[in-house]
Ligand binder design. Structure first.
Ligand code: AN0
Ligand code: CP
Length: 319
């Protein structure tokens, strides 16, 4: 594997999940694979889970890890070509990425969207430049449009916790006070649509009108603006807020009563509730669910290690 950016970078989902679960049962079986190899994790935005779980995965494989909080500790980065750098930016991504590629065998990058320039965000301008200029394999730690380590984790967690062969999985929009990226829901939808194609799940998306995701991610999903209808017979409910894609980055005040709570859970098939975290309690998801028996959020976060480890293992094997 030369890059891990989207669901297209993995062929057989069942195989990758099985390999991740194998690593979970024997975390140190490949502890020599990463000897004398260095992973660099570059963050342009905050992170708790991605940062720690990916470091832990790399350490389990015997790698060295370096973390660069570019947003706080790096020079202000210029990402546009052809500009005279006489403003506030100090270093061009061409040099910065190339230099980090000299120090590392594999690089991870987190770069959120601007939520202002739809075209630049959805072209993955910054991410593609980083890939092109660094010259080593790159793992996405969440880009403008996708969060593949999270989505792989989510598929692992669904596989581990399902009671039926082909569970009904529902992505349910939830309220928030800030404009959040579409990366997590885009990516979850992309992976679940592929899982549906491969016979692993049935996939439904529920959101208020105006929150339609880009169709490139939702092909094959059943999409509705009726949350109650979507929740009926659900085995897994994946709660997440996102801002509008069509009115790019906007938040409407129309959506009422979309927070997941125990009352709504009654409509489901005693569904397990998932969220990528961080979660706003009693805004996106009720405390009673988060603290109750149906919540999978901690197990899900725990599985981030095995998603990262299987991806790094596959990359190390191809170095
Ligand atoms: C980010 C998002 O929604 O993309 C990161 C989630 C992993 N969430 C927030 O900014 C709260
Ligand atoms: N779920 C997730 O990616 O969390 P962090 O933003 O804390 O890394």
């Amino acid at each position: 594997m030369k890059k891990f950016f989207s669901a297209a970078d993995v062929d057989n989902l069942k195989d990758v999940v099985e390999e991740a679960l194998m690593l979970k049962s024997a975390p140190y079986d490949f502890e020599s694979l990463g000897k004398h190899k260095t992973l660099g994790l570059v963050f342009l935005n905050p992170s708790l889970r991605t940062r720690l779980s990916t470091q832990k995965a790399a350490l389990n494989l015997g790698m060295n890890v370096m973390v660069m909080n570019m947003d706080k500790d790096g020079w202000a980065l210029e990402t546009q070509d052809g500009v005279v750098m006489n403003g506030t930016t100090v270093e061009h991504i061409r040099e910065a990425a190339a230099v980090m590629g000299e120090y590392c065998d594999i690089l991870g990058l987190r770069s959120f969207p601007s939520l202002k320039d739809k075209e630049a965000d959805y072209n993955e301008d910054l991410f593609n430049k980083f890939i092109n200029f660094c010259g080593v394999p790159v793992v996405s730690l969440e880009s403008a449009t996708r969060h593949p380590l999270q989505s792989l984790t989510d598929l692992i967690t669904i596989t581990e916790n399902k009671n039926v062969d082909r569970p009904k999985v529902v992505l349910a929009w939830a309220p928030h006070v800030k404009a959040l990226p579409q990366a997590v829901p885009n990516s979850f939808a992309e992976w679940m649509c592929k899982a549906q194609e491969q016979g692993l799940v049935d996939f439904t998306i529920a959101h208020p009108m105006g929150y339609e995701l880009s169709e490139e991610f939702t092909n094959g999903a059943y999409v509705t603006d009726n949350l109650e209808e979507a929740l009926r017979e659900a085995d897994f409910v994946y709660v997440k807020n996102w801002s509008s894609y069509t009115e790019y980055g906007q938040v409407y005040s129309v959506a009422q009563n979309w927070m997941m709570d125990n009352e709504k859970l009654k409509l489901t098939n005693d569904a397990k509730v998932m969220h990528c975290l961080p979660v706003r309690r009693d805004l996106e998801l009720s405390s009673e669910i988060l603290d109750g028996p149906n919540s999978l959020v901690i197990k899900e976060a725990s599985n981030r290690v095995w998603a990262a480890q299987v991806v790094l293992k596959r990359m190390l094997e191809k170095l």
